[in-house]
Design a protein. Structure first.
Length: 165
């Protein structure tokens, strides 16, 4: 599938993204906005593709550097605040997922039993959380399972949400 190049994001999205402005410097905020918009506009998720979807794009290494240093807790807190102000009837959903990988030298990848396939696969296991409400489904977190158990990661997510109340 060919993506249509993005020139700018919709005004309604720009207004929501402004909530996150205090977390970033000028260039970082621009990268953040582009990353969010490209994730919505494209079905492909490689950083090279997401970076290149904009008509005026920067070097991919800028996006890679940005993604390694994002203020995840700040983004989580502001996302929760936005959802609390704009969502009625919210329900928290926690789950885990395995993203299969092929490369042998990918940090965090390992052999994992996938019960949905009934076999062991090579990949990365994540815990995920979303809020589902009358207005839609809002992703909150996606945490790589390393040393902590899936349950511990999900308990930590609930504790962070509890602080938001």
């Amino acid at each position: 599938m060919i993506d249509i190049p993005v020139v700018d994001s919709p005004d309604v999205l720009n207004r929501l993204l402004l909530e996150f402005r205090p977390l970033f410097g000028r260039r970082q905020f621009r990268q953040f906005c582009r990353y969010i918009v490209s994730g919505i506009a494209s079905s492909t998720r490689s950083s090279a593709h997401l970076n290149g979807i904009f008509v005026e794009h920067t070097n991919q290494s800028n996006l890679n550097r940005f993604l390694r240093n994002i203020p995840a807790d700040g983004i989580f807190n502001i996302s929760c605040s936005l959802i609390n102000r704009n969502c009625s009837g919210p329900v928290l959903s926690l789950d885990d997922t395995i993203l299969q990988r092929n490369g042998k030298h990918i940090d965090g990848a390992q052999w994992i039993y996938d019960h949905s396939q009934g076999k062991t696969v090579y990949g990365m296991q994540y815990t995920t959380s979303v809020i589902s409400g009358n207005e839609g489904i809002f992703p909150l977190s996606m945490e790589l399972k390393t040393d902590d158990s899936k349950i511990d990661l999900q308990i930590n997510t609930i504790k962070k949400l509890w602080v938001q109340d």
